[in-house]
Design a protein around this ligand. Structure first.
Ligand SMILES: *[C@@H]1O[C@H](CO)[C@@H](O)[C@H](O)[C@H]1NC(C)=O
Ligand SMILES: *[C@@H]1O[C@H](CO)[C@@H](O)[C@H](O)[C@H]1NC(C)=O
Ligand SMILES: *[C@@H]1O[C@H](CO)[C@@H](O)[C@H](O)[C@H]1NC(C)=O
Length: 486
């Protein structure tokens, strides 16, 4: 009975594939039948207006409107659920790996210093796009059958999800800085950062926000923020707008079509953070460090210490008004995730905190009440053991010989993801990929029932963020891709 049903579904899907096929691999349709049907229905229902196909994890931060939050649950018991990994066949340190996305058939897309790759759900390499000597340092995103990324030679690139062929390639500036941000696409528009140059509170940085037509690559508009941007993460919000923050933590809400500023708010002048903003709960959450990068505290004992305070600010999404603000004891150095966390009331803000590239510095994850900023739970993570983060020194010479950036030097944590069960997934700079949940409500994460980890042996870049599809989570360390399945 079950067999016949399966065969019927498969036949129906094959028929669909041969007909008005949407993008994606029909070979995988049998195993992923339902997702495929839903995607097709979405594409068809669009009619004249042609709706976007819904991918499981369409950008480095997932899907509009609940970025960093998954609709599906991922396996909690990571060590037991490890499915496969991928490293460069010529050696683990032959490339640096950054952002992941997952389509409606659970194929995984991975950006890296040497290009973009697509894998089927079992880890088979389907295609690769070679970019060297330009490096693809951003997390790419999926939109209407194309995957969009940017490279250090100033190009924004659109590749076919089907075969990795270039649809268009537009040089938006002489260079795009090698931070680890996000190229994001929605409603026919691609957003990327450009114009890599001095000055900024942290040396060379991107000075422009660029909007391109997703189907042609033609520039629609550009915008100069008050201070340069770092790890650019634009997030689309209702009514055709988007929000982002600059490196000082100033938040901007802009019109996607015109590039007009609707409001801008906050920020601490002269400072730099490699953290990014988040949206949720009718708010924009932005992060900043409280001191400039070259700050020397009066007491030398605290110089370059692990306690380097920052601020998490919540702004009203409509008006830009400050709703609440919390000082964080360590730098808030990646984008938070805003959603329902297991066993907590209301909506929470999951904020990774860490002074990165600092031997002996501990890294924490704080969870705050999104309405008030009250602290809800804390995970006290490990400290950086070596002089550099895991996998960085070991890979230096191999990477240099391979013609890619020698060191990853990433944020202390990956960006976090909250799955459908409220479990928090996040990667730590000394290699552990964590699944975290507070089962007993005591405000701390402790014990096997609350914390699982898989040691990937390497740190996680700023654009690295756990990508979730039904029963599956994928994350890229600085050198390899790891996939876990239920
Ligand atoms: C992109 O270009 C196409 C072809 O010229 C045009 O039809 C479409 O309206 C443009 N989209 C945007 C968002 O400007
Ligand atoms: C944001 O401000 C608007 C008024 O401008 C108000 O109606 C709304 O309740 C506020 N939302 C939050 C989350 O504070
Ligand atoms: C990656 O997978 C291989 C086997 O396929 C395994 O030998 C290796 O230990 C894995 N790497 C890590 C860091 O888990």
């Amino acid at each position: 009975m079950a067999r016949i049903f399966r065969a019927l579904v498969a036949a129906a899907i094959w028929a669909g594939c041969l007909g008005d096929a949407v993008e994606g691999d029909c070979q995988d349709a049998e195993s992923q039948g339902l997702a495929f049907i839903q995607a097709k229905a979405l594409a068809r229902d669009g009619g004249a207006a042609r709706k976007e196909v819904e991918y499981h994890w369409s950008s480095g931060r997932g899907n509009f409107p609940n970025y960093g939050v998954a609709k599906h649950s991922a396996p909690f018991d990571l060590p037991a659920r490890f499915a496969w990994n991928w490293s460069h066949p010529l050696g683990r340190f032959h490339t640096l790996t950054y952002g992941t996305a997952i389509d409606h058939l659970r194929n995984v897309y991975l950006s890296g210093a040497d290009g973009v790759r697509k894998f089927d759900p079992s880890g088979k390499l389907l295609w690769e796009y070679a970019s060297l000597p330009a490096e693809m340092m951003d997390a790419p995103s999926l939109f209407n059958g194309m995957i969009y990324g940017s490279d250090t030679h100033g190009n924004v690139v659109a590749l076919s999800m089907e075969d990795g062929k270039v649809g268009w390639k537009t040089q938006v500036s002489k260079a795009i800085c090698q931070d680890n941000g996000f190229t994001m696409a929605k409603d026919g528009v691609v957003l990327a950062a450009g114009d890599c140059r001095e000055p900024s509170p942290q040396g060379e940085a991107n000075h422009l926000v660029k909007a391109l037509n997703a189907s042609t690559g033609k520039q629609l508009w550009e915008y100069v923020p008050d201070t340069a941007i770092w790890n650019f993460l634009p997030l689309f919000v209702d009514e055709g707008d988007f929000v982002f923050q600059d490196m000082t933590g100033k938040a901007y809400r802009m019109d996607l079509r015109t590039g007009q500023v609707i409001w801008k708010s906050g920020g601490k002048e002269g400072t730099w953070t490699d953290g990014s903003a988040a949206v949720g709960n009718g708010m924009v959450f932005a992060v900043n460090n409280n001191h400039p990068p070259d700050y020397q505290p009066p007491d030398p004992e605290f110089a370059n210490g692990e306690y380097n305070p920052g601020t998490l600010s919540a702004y009203n999404l409509t008006s830009g008004e400050l709703v609440w603000q919390e000082v964080t004891p360590r730098p808030p150095n990646n984008a938070p995730a805003v959603g329902k966390v297991k066993n907590l009331q209301g909506i929470s803000v999951v904020m990774p905190l860490c002074q990165q590239v600092k031997a002996g510095a501990f890294c924490d994850v704080h969870v705050y009440d999104a309405d008030t900023g009250d602290l809800q739970w804390v995970f006290h993570g490990p400290a950086q053991q070596g002089m550099l983060q895991a996998g960085d020194w070991e890979g230096l010479s191999e990477r240099t010989h391979a013609g890619v950036r020698g060191l990853c030097l990433p944020n202390g944590w990956s960006a976090p993801t909250i799955d459908a069960e409220g479990t928090v997934f996040v990667g730590h700079e000394d290699g552990n990929f964590y699944a975290l949940r507070d089962m007993d409500g005591d405000g701390t994460i402790f014990g096997d029932d609350e914390m699982r980890l898989y040691d990937t042996k390497a740190a996680f870049s700023g654009s690295s963020s756990p990508a979730v599809a039904p029963g599956m989570v994928a994350i890229a360390s600085c050198d390899s891709l790891f996939v876990f399945k239920k």
